[in-house]
Design a binder for this molecule. Sequence first.
Ligand code: AP5
Length: 210
Amino acid sequence: MNIIFFGPPGAGKGTQADVIKECLGIPAISTGAMIRDAIKNNTPMGLAAKEATSKGALVPDEVVIGIVKERLQYDDCKKGFILDGFPRTIPQAEALEAMGVGIDAVVSFEISDDTIVERMSGRRVCAACGATYHTVYNPSKDGAHCDNCGTELTIRKDDDPAVVKSRLTTYHAETEPLIDFYDKRGKLRKVNAVGSLEAVSARTKTALGI
Ligand code: AP5
């Protein structure tokens, strides 16, 4: 099954992608995580992306389209995949179609801006393995270290409140038009993203028919 997880920053796309990838035995591909890795490793792509992500803006389409095109050619995508955070603009969605990649479902996680701001203030991440936690809703066992690898948890640079505001503005202006794009193609499945992690997982599975 080829799936897109769509929604504003902090809607829970990454959290739910981790659940659904295990259910379906397919990879979850996060463009945000790939970009953060590139920034950490000072690759040419990372250097080009650093300024945009720190301001809450999008990385240029041609850069992101290139990394997704390459990633989808890996063998582990043959049985399907979850795209988490791509496409984010109409040109990215058109590029995906031009690659001849068929999409079975676009899950749109619905949540208000106010709830997002509250969620982002409590997000903690493991810079080593990429696991995501929340101080209240999904804490690690000791509240300070990653349950998977023991690394100290940190706050993502772009979770600074001013950057979150800017990411939301970017989302409404550049990404939200994709709702209509995929609705017209009969692919859109709306999921209420408010509630416990388990409740949202159950709704996501229902939306996907799994
Ligand atoms: P990216 O990493 O994709 O960020 P995002 O889309 O803004 O999404 P997030 O990772 O912030 O949130 P999420 O929806 O995955 O929520 P999560 O599960 O973590 O992108 C970062 C940047 O890279 C972008 O700003 C852009 O610059 C660039 N970029 C990436 N893709 C690009 C593209 N295609 N084109 C151009 N640029 C691109 O959950 C959030 C928090 O809430 C966590 O703490 C979690 O534990 C908690 N939580 C989750 N579910 C619940 C729940 N049900 N109840 C309570 N808390 C919950």
